[in-house]
Design a protein around this ligand. Sequence first.
Ligand code: GLN
Length: 548
Amino acid sequence: MTIKKKKKRKFIFIVGGVMSSVGKGVTSSSISSILKARGYKTTNVKCDMYINLDAGTIRPTEHGEVFVGEDGIESDQDLGNYERFTGNVMASENYITTGQVYNEVIQRERNLFYAGEDVEVVPDIPNEIIRRIKVAATKDDAEITVVEFGGTVGEYQVLLFLEAARMMKLKNPNDITFVLVSYLPVPAHIGEMKTKPTQHAARTLNSAGIQADFIIARGVHKIDTPRRERLATFCNIAPDHAISAPDVSSIYEVPLILEEEKMSTKLLKKLELKPRKNDMTKWRNLVKRINCCTKEVTIGIVGKYFGTGEFTLADSYISVIEAIKHGSWMNNIKPILKWVDSEEFEKHPEKLKNLKQYDGIIVPGGFGTRGIEGIIKTIQYVRENKIPYLGLCYGMQLACVEFARNVMKKTSAHTVEIDEETEYPIIIVNPSQKKNIKTQQYGATMRLGAYTAILKEGSTVQKIYGKTKISERHRHRYEYNNAYREEMEKKGLEVVGVNPESNLVEIIELKNHPFFIGTQFHPEFKSQPMQPHPLFCEFVKIIVKQKK
Ligand code: GLN
């Protein structure tokens, strides 16, 4: 009898030091992508420290965008970066939270899984973390799994995750490596890059029983030799394991930056894996193309999650922003994105004419009442003034409401999300959703993940996609009301994509307009730099044509 040898799987743990938001997600994605370019099968896992079971109930301004995976997981925005950098498809298994871990352990205890033993935080919680990480590696049949821990070392809530990683390393020392992504500040009054905070972070990691093998030195500049040596001496790593990662103009340069320092070769050596061919051609071509784009178009993003400053904005809509960039670069265009707060138009309708300065307008997804009348006014303006328009989810629903009000003359038309009693419910709630709302079952109960749509033969969207059967990702509770379809189509707003099983409307387009398309789904989640989404490509293409 031949015994099948168990597949050896390797794991790279990415932890943060000094402060968060310095690019751990992009580093994890880039590491996965450079190892993939070496011919290794990789996957990524994000561990979030929250008690939340998923990111679905977290405010975007607090946590960034809620990214939706193929199977409907509502996850941290980092999973979006993993997909964009690697082309790998992320699902529930690739996203782990403290809440999931405890939930599972408690459920098992109720099912007598622990056979009368008392259930302890250690080792039962780290063991469940390990089990989940391995499930993800197995699901994706990955030779190398890159596991990112949210937050920074030294935070109380990351301890059990560090403990899990330490236990894995103890068992299989050659299969695990640790990468500390740390920030080297340059205080203005000194003008010199400081390594001390990173030294403290490395020590904090030591106190959890973990030695960093690599340090990604994030900062405004490259690290010089003295600093490299200091990191080596005081953080106990090889000097060539201090990897310089200075700020770059595009995140898609990061894989190349890491490879300049031979990161993939060093990681493979550390993990005792054979080096395979290295092909970074497509990354080099991408960066070359990005840097060649000088011609600009200005796109306005009209929404309401604009309360807490520029920084938050970019995070709340990261997939939309990236998709616009991907589509623009494909057209050799550099997009200039402007944030437009829809509430402004409610207070000052005369400002609507300022929308003329934008070459195209996007209304992204959203929820609730605030800023909605301003969005509807915006859509009326772009429809009447023939400004290219792309409405994503809420942006599609509100386009239908606007059309009903101003073209079909049903002035009180609305979505029942805002006005339950409206005389003309253009957007309604699915019967299955009614119970969820009534019983406040809000977590993971929306229409989530990938659904098929059949596109209307000869429609603009069918030509754009170049096929009639598509699959796109969803995240919404409300739907187009088919009762108004006939009347709406007669007046020019056509349904051009429908789900074959449920007959739910998935895409609309307006006749006699250069570009006016609304999608019930979120095309932005599937756009990748190497494979931009066709809707975003065409949107920019039409904008460029209009501009001429
Ligand atoms: N609020 C709308 C709904 O739940 C749209 C959601 C969205 O834009 N993602 O249907």
